[in-house]
Design a protein. Structure first.
Length: 532
């Protein structure tokens, strides 16, 4: 009940507002400061207006409330993640100020462009419009006519990838029935086992820096390449030299094992193609395990071939080069069937998804692209406002789920991109320096690369190990293991005394191998020799 004196006040106020149009009352964001009528100097009035506009703009900018995300945003902007004596609230205010300044600069540039357009004569504006239209035409995607070999390759890739995609999605539907608590308990056990990884062996693999290491499919050998042009096969776990492959005369930059190589059940003969390598002179060599000279060479790139990667079918091989192209080759015929442009600077890395339908490419322009090999179209660009990398991308790897891909960059970050959502879905501040390589664990229970897990005694689907963690190599001399659930750091492997340039994990989950500028190859595993 309202007190009589209060009721009288309310009634008077209502009487005063009767007959007033409510729509004519200004709201907060529409009023003007009466600075001129107040007698303030013009320069002070202008400063007050500018300050007011800045505060209003700052209020519209969304800033994360989580301190971890605030730190990540500051790092992406190239700012210190914390200052002396700065708390979470101060850090969030600093981020808001930085974002406000960026927004003001962008608005000013837009206004300057609009003013310039207004000031031009109609003829000048018409000429500029014609120039802009011509530039847009040049920037549009264009397609060159491919040969019959490319057409047949696209058909073959479609016929190969569609049944695999069907098989993968069928398993994912069964996997979706697993209760969350089962996943949590299962992956907690994997993390505990990963924490037991230690250095099991170290071996000098040449006179020059190690540039690449890749574990064979049977996890019994390591292929290594160094700056001196040497490709060596080293045994696991004793790290003894098995064979030295001779042919390169410059830095070896890429290595890839043929799918199923060294696995007796796959039917791949040691006399056939088992390994591919590339070098700084633009050469790609295909090797068998029966001789120390290459079976054939793939020539066409005009600059360094940074990476090579076999298609899951083994019929094709992709190469990434600093000549700004990536190419697709027919392994059996040793011929080029596709030369693909699309990057503004050198392409450093390529990777096929497990279905074999998509290829991701990335490089020195800090942008990644995902290509549909069946049509030749770009289906996703790995870039975005405050989402993309700000320095060159050195590593790429697809997950076993077929729709997520990791990128590793010189900015110290590993980022995860989802083709289904067409956006970034995760990020890790992985190293304090450049991330040179990243590999997603693809286990023996992978739905496509191995035998998927079955059911327990009660008929419930069992979870798989494949895709549960990833490993990275950094120029900060570290090898890191991260969980693929929450991107948390599980274990840091210390032992290298120089930048680590390459890392790989065996499919049986027993070994992690790394190569470094300290000229050593190091083998990491559990002391009991058991897999993850």
């Amino acid at each position: 009940m309202i007190h009589p004196s209060r009721r009288a006040y309310v009634e008077e106020a209502e009487a005063e507002t009767r007959g007033v149009d409510i729509n004519s009352i200004p709201i907060d964001r529409d009023y003007d400061l009466p600075v001129v009528s107040s007698g303030l100097p013009p320069e002070k009035a202008s400063a007050l207006l500018t300050q007011f506009e800045r505060k209003r703009l700052a209020a519209t900018i969304a800033v994360p409330t989580d301190d971890g995300r605030v730190r990540a945003k500051l790092r992406e902007l190239g700012e210190p993640i914390t200052l002396f004596g700065e708390g979470p609230a101060d850090r969030r205010d600093r981020l808001r100020e930085l974002l406000t300044t960026q927004a003001q600069l962008a608005a000013k540039e837009k206004a300057d462009v609009e003013m310039k357009d207004v000031g031009d004569s109609p003829d000048e504006r018409r000429e500029e419009a014609d120039e802009d239209e011509a530039a847009e035409e040049q920037e549009e995607e264009f397609y060159s006519r491919g040969g019959p070999e490319l057409l047949q390759a696209r058909i073959a890739i479609a016929e190969y990838s569609l049944p695999r995609a069907k098989k993968r999605t069928a398993f994912q539907k069964r996997e979706a029935t697993i209760p969350l608590r089962t996943h949590v308990r299962f992956r907690k056990q994997i993390k505990e086992r990963l924490q037991g990884f230690e250095l099991q062996g170290s071996q000098i693999a040449g006179d020059r820096n190690i540039s690449m290491t890749r574990i064979s499919p049977n996890a019994e050998m390591i292929a290594t390449g160094n700056w001196g042009g040497s490709v060596k096969l080293i045994g696991i776990p004793n790290l003894e030299d098995v064979k030295t492959l001779r042919g390169h005369t410059s830095r070896v930059s890429g290595l890839s094992w043929f799918p199923g190589s060294t696995l007796p059940a796959s039917g791949v003969s040691p006399d056939a193609v088992n390994l591919a390598s590339s070098d700084a002179e633009g050469e790609i060599f295909l090797w068998s395990l029966a001789q120390d000279t290459p079976l054939s060479a793939l020539s066409g790139h005009t600059q360094r071939v940074c990476r090579v990667e076999f298609h899951p079918s083994g019929k094709y091989i992709a190469s990434a080069s600093e000549d700004t192209t990536w190419r697709l080759w027919d392994v059996e015929k040793s011929t080029e069937i596709l030369l693909q442009d699309g990057h503004s600077r050198g392409v450093f890395t390529v990777s096929f998804n497990t279905d074999g339908s998509l290829l991701a490419s990335a490089g020195l322009d800090s942008i990644g692209r995902i290509w549909d090999l069946r049509s030749g179209r770009t289906v996703m660009i790995l870039d975005g406002h405050l989402d993309g990398h700000i320095k060159p991308i050195y590593g790429l790897d697809w997950g076993s789920d077929g729709h997520r891909v990791l990128t590793a960059s010189a900015d110290g970050w590993i980022k995860c991109w989802d083709v289904r959502k067409v956006q970034r879905t995760g990020g890790i501040g992985a190293h304090t320096s450049s991330v040179a390589d990243v590999r997603w664990f693809k286990g023996l229970d992978d739905p496509l690369l191995g035998t998927p897990p079955g059911q327990d005694d009660s008929g419930a689907q069992l979870p798989k190990k494949s895709g549960t963690f990833l490993v990275s190599a950094g120029f900060d001399h570290k090898v890191n293991i991260f969980s693929a659930d929450d991107w948390a750091l599980v274990q840091t492997l210390l032992g290298h005394t120089a930048p680590v340039t390459s890392v790989d994990v065996s499919r049986d989950g027993r070994w992690i191998v790394s190569g470094s500028h300290d000229r050593t190859v190091k083998l990491w595993g559990r002391n009991d020799g058991e897999p993850v």
